[in-house]
Write a protein that binds this ligand. Sequence first.
Ligand SMILES: C[C@H](O)CC(=O)C(=O)O
Ligand SMILES: [Mn+2]
Length: 343
Amino acid sequence: MAEQTKISVTDVTLRDGMHAVRHQFSVEDVKEIASALDQMGVSHIEATHGDGLGGSSLQYGLGKETEEDFLKAACSVIKNAKPTALLLPGIGTVDDMKRAAEYGIKAIRVATHCTEADISEQHIGEARKMGLETVGFLMMSHMVSPDILVEEAKKMASYGAQTVYIVDSAGAMMMEQVRERISALVGALDSSVEVGFHAHNNLGLSIANSLAAVEEGATRIDCSLAGLGAGAGNTPLEVFAAVTEKRGIRTGLDLYKAMDAADDIVRPKMHRPIQVDRLSLTMGYAGVYSSFLLHAFRAAEMFKVDPRDVLVELGKRKVVGGQEDMIVDVAVELEQKQQALQK
Ligand SMILES: C[C@H](O)CC(=O)C(=O)O
Ligand SMILES: [Mn+2]
C-alpha cells in the first residue's frame, strides 16, 4: 500500500442504521445526524429506508416518515457531502429514483444480489442519464467466488456504474476472502472504476476487513457512526477514522467530531446496543443477510424456537435479501419439528 493512500468514506448511519431502529428515525433525527456527518469529512451521506427507495412496506417494515420528508430533510442540511440513496431494483423503481433526485440526492447506489447484476442495467443507465453519480452494490458477496464477482462487477461497470462495491451483507467474510475479492475487482476493472467495500461486524472483523480492502486497492469504504447498522452493525466510522489515521491512510475525517457524534448523537438513539451477541454472531457464522436479524428474532419469539436455529437454517438454505417471508416459514417448520419430538 502506497504511503498516504487517499480514500473516501460513505456514511450509512441513516440507511443501514435504519434496520437497527426499525426504520423509525424522524425528520429531526435525520437532520441532526446528517448535519453532524456533513461537518466531519465524509464524502457521501446515504439516507433512505434500510431497504432503499420504496422499502417502506409491511414486508420490509414501515418507515416513520415518508420518503419525501426523510430525503428532503437530509438534503436540506447536507452542504459538503453528496446526499445519496440506495435502490434495490424490484423494491425501488426508476420513478422512485427520479423523485429522489428532485428531492436533492446526487448519488445512487444500485444494489443487487451478487449474481444478479443484470437486473441493475436499466436503473444504472437511467441514473447516469439523470446525471447522478452511480454505484453498483453486489450484496452477499461471500457466497460466490472472486471470478464470478468480477463478471458481475464488469456488467455493472458496462451499464455505467462508476464504482462497484463488494458487500459483505452477512458479515461472514474473513480477511483473506475480502483481500481476494477486492484485488480481483481492482485488477479486472478499468482503472476509471473505483472499488468499494461495505462490511458488517458480525464476526468482529469490520475494521480489519475494511483495512484489508484498502490495502488491496479499495478507495471507497462504508462506515456508520457507532457502527449503527443491521446485525452487529457496520464499520464504526469513529474507529475507522482513528485506525486509518494511525496507518497513514487519508480519509479527510475529523476524528473528534466523529467520536462526539457517535457517543452524543447516535448511541442515545439506539433501540438496542449494536454488538456481537449470540444472534448477530450466528449471522456471521452461518452467512445470513444482516437485515434479517429483527425479523428472525420476532418470528422465533412468535413460534417459540431458538432464533439461532432459524438463522442457521436460513444460512443452509442460502436465503437472500427479498426472501424475508422464508423467515416465518423456517420458524414454523422448526416449531413443528419441536412439537413432533415432544409427542
Ligand atoms: C438492503 C441491504 O440492507 C443492503 C446492505 O446494506 C447490505 O446488503 O449489506
Ligand atoms: Mn449493509
